[in-house]
Design a protein around this ligand. Structure first.
Ligand code: PHE
Length: 450
């Protein structure tokens, strides 16, 4: 292992941490105001939006958030076949800088063009930077899970600050200043990545399936590899349901907060976009304690496999929707038809407990289970299902316009509980299919490569 370490982890981890922190700053900053910009009145206002109705806005929002992650599949292939992960991240970062800066320009063509660049940029950057985190560690290295938790906290520092800064600038002053600030964030990420290259010498260079004219490589998987792929695909079904619930945040829950939540707190009207920070805020707050909790849990000999965590997390996320159902009931009783803001706090907190049991766990799980030559591809596939989950979230939001929020919130809870339980029931069987890849071999040992 490289001696280039800081606080027990390779320095490269911190470079990836800050790059992704800024990338997520730009992404979540822009995302926090997207649905609000689309639905803001287009006339008679100082800060005109596009004046769309909620359903159309949620539809575009759903397509956009789906496409950013779906593009991770070609993004993974790009790394696998042409550029390697490291250069793909560089290219993605460049596309993102361009995309966000185009959005700062106030014209409809610029809006759509900017979105396309962002979709392509996230596709090239996000799955590959995540694989690079895994690539810093050798097989069985117990630091890998912690590394993903650290990386995840970086993501959320960006995701926390962006809705506050970009949200305020965009929602309160001018949407396009908000978009511009998101672009500046991304540019900083690119600078960190460029200057940090010396700490990333040994990672992300490998091009497992380099395209060579005239060769036609066949996929030959061993039985163990096949089993592992199967178990990953099964876990993906649950992951779709989880993101379909969780990602209501920027769409339906964002518009719900704007329209049906009493946002007066101590004489100050909290902009709806501010609530978009809550997820990330809670991740930063409880990310560390939860990682410790799982170590403690494992040391007590309790079930702590990745699959179990994913199942449990899905159920817990679902319970957040029970609180939202409570809010929906309250809106039926209050004179102004609005519910207290605390429902949102509670729901977002439960979502995050769920998220931390699933998302960093799944990322690490994939880098453990995939054969080295398929890591980029599997990461792309994981992001694909995340994208489908985002689209599902958009569809659920659209359905709420007809069915009413109460019905929708209760149904989301029921789905999460069902899928989570199913995964937990089959945990033992599925674990066998991992053939030990998910096991921590020795808490302290530095494990040699296979
Ligand atoms: N908050 C996470 C992030 O932005 C959500 C996510 C996880 C998105 C994994 C895609 C894939 O990174």
């Amino acid at each position: 292992m490289s001696k280039d370490t800081l606080w027990g982890h390779p320095k490269g981890l911190y470079i990836l941490f800050f790059t992704e922190m800024w990338e997520r700053f730009s992404f979540y900053g822009m995302r926090a105001i997207l649905a609000l910009y689309l639905t803001a009145k287009s006339r008679e206002t100082d800060n005109p939006g596009l004046g769309w109705d909620d359903a159309s806005a949620l539809e575009l929002y759903g397509w956009y958030t789906m496409m950013v992650y779906v593009m991770s599949v070609p993004g993974g292939l790009l790394a696998d076949r042409l550029l390697g992960q490291k250069k793909s991240v560089l290219l993605g970062g460049f596309l993102l800088c361009v995309g966000h800066l185009i959005l700062a320009y106030d014209a409809l063509w610029a809006f759509y063009t900017g979105l396309v660049f962002i979709v392509l940029g996230v596709g090239a950057l996000k799955p590959n930077i995540s694989s690079m985190v895994g690539g810093l560690y050798r097989t069985g290295d117990p630091r890998r899970d912690t590394a993903f938790t650290i990386f995840y906290i970086g993501i959320n520092i960006g995701a926390f600050s962006a809705p506050l800064l970009v949200g305020y600038l965009g929602e309160v002053i001018n949407w396009h200043y908000g978009f511009g600030l998101a672009g500046i964030g991304m540019a900083l990420g690119q600078v960190v990545y460029l200057f940090g290259q010396k700490h990333l010498k040994d990672v992300g260079n490998f091009i497992p399936h380099q395209l060579k004219p005239g060769t036609n490589e066949r996929v030959k998987l061993t039985k163990v590899e096949k089993d592992r792929l199967i178990v990953m695909f099964i876990s993906f079904a649950v992951v779709i349901v989880f993101w379909g619930a969780y990602e209501q945040a920027g769409g339906l829950m964002n518009l719900y907060a704007k329209e049906k939540i009493d946002r007066e707190v101590m004489g100050f009207t909290v902009p709806a976009s501010f609530l978009q920070s809550l997820h990330a805020f809670f991740v930063i707050l409880i990310g560390g304690p939860m990682a410790y909790f799982w170590v403690w849990w494992r040391q007590r000999g309790k079930e702590s496999s990745s699959l179990f965590k994913m199942g449990l997390g899905t159920i817990i996320t679902g319970t957040g929707f029970v609180l939202l159902a409570g809010a929906a009931l309250e809106t039926m009783e209050t004179a102004d038809g609005k519910a207290a803001i605390w429902w949102m706090f509670g729901a977002y907190l439960l979502h995050v407990v769920g998220e931390l049991s699933i998302s960093p766990v799944a990322l690490s799980f994939i880098t453990k289970l995939s054969p080295a030559k398929y890591v980029s591809f599997m990461m792309g596939a994981y992001f694909l299902v995340t994208g489908l989950g985002n689209k599902l979230a958009g569809l659920v939001g659209e359905a709420a316009q007809e069915a009413g929020e109460l019905t929708i919130f209760i149904s989301v809870f029921a789905f999460c509980a069902l899928f989570g339980l199913l995964l937990i029931i089959f945990v033992k069987k599925l674990k066998k299919l991992t053939h030990g890849a998910d096991d921590v071999r020795d808490e302290k040992a530095v494990v040699e490569p296979e």
